[in-house]
Design a protein around this ligand. Sequence first.
Ligand SMILES: Cc1ncc(CN)c(N)n1
Length: 232
Amino acid sequence: MVGEGTVEAAGGQAVIAGWMDKHREMYRRATKHPFVLSIRGGTVDLSSFKRWLEQDYVFVRGFVPFVASVLLKASRESDDETDMETILGGMASLYEELSWFRTEAFKWGLPLLDIIPRRANQDYCRFLRSLEEPEADYTTTMVALWAIETVYQESFSLCLEDGSKTPPELMETCQRWGNAGFRGYCDSLRRIAERRLEMAQAGIQKNAEAAFERVLELEVSFWDMSSGSSPL
Ligand SMILES: Cc1ncc(CN)c(N)n1
């Protein structure tokens, strides 16, 4: 599309578009999960929602150091100095996000203390730890950051669409990630990923695709865990 990013990114856009096509089913499972559809349909079991809230608080506490590691790689490895500021903006919002979790949990009578991370959460946080290592290249970690944020943006924006029956008490949660501002942040992450993929060697592109797939798998497992359809 004319004006859609620079010519350089065109190749990167084709790379991500190719992944979206190749991994279409996994992407659908991650962004239209029954748990999310049950929120949109107003049939979500509140004990599942509370389980998701507790587990996601643990996840976000593990997500912070991961975003910090991407910020560090952006400052050291990026060809474009604006990358660091884009990621810093996302990082800054996590400070407010953690206090939002505590307020929301209080509303539901959840203490948010001594939460036992369930298996899917442990697996996800272990994956994030692996991407924090110096060996994980900047392009791959940028793709993972974009994928992680975009799955939530697409999932929760479903719950805000006309015709959704999202319970009023869950609207704030859905707006947190479903809002247009967060969509804009995800689009800026995608543009960085596309630019980096365009300039990446084939080996890095393969590494990044594997990270994209792994994020989708881990998101599906996280939703499964939240809805109680997976072991502890
Ligand atoms: C499991 C998960 N994935 C993504 C996000 C959005 N940062 C989140 N809060 N939790």
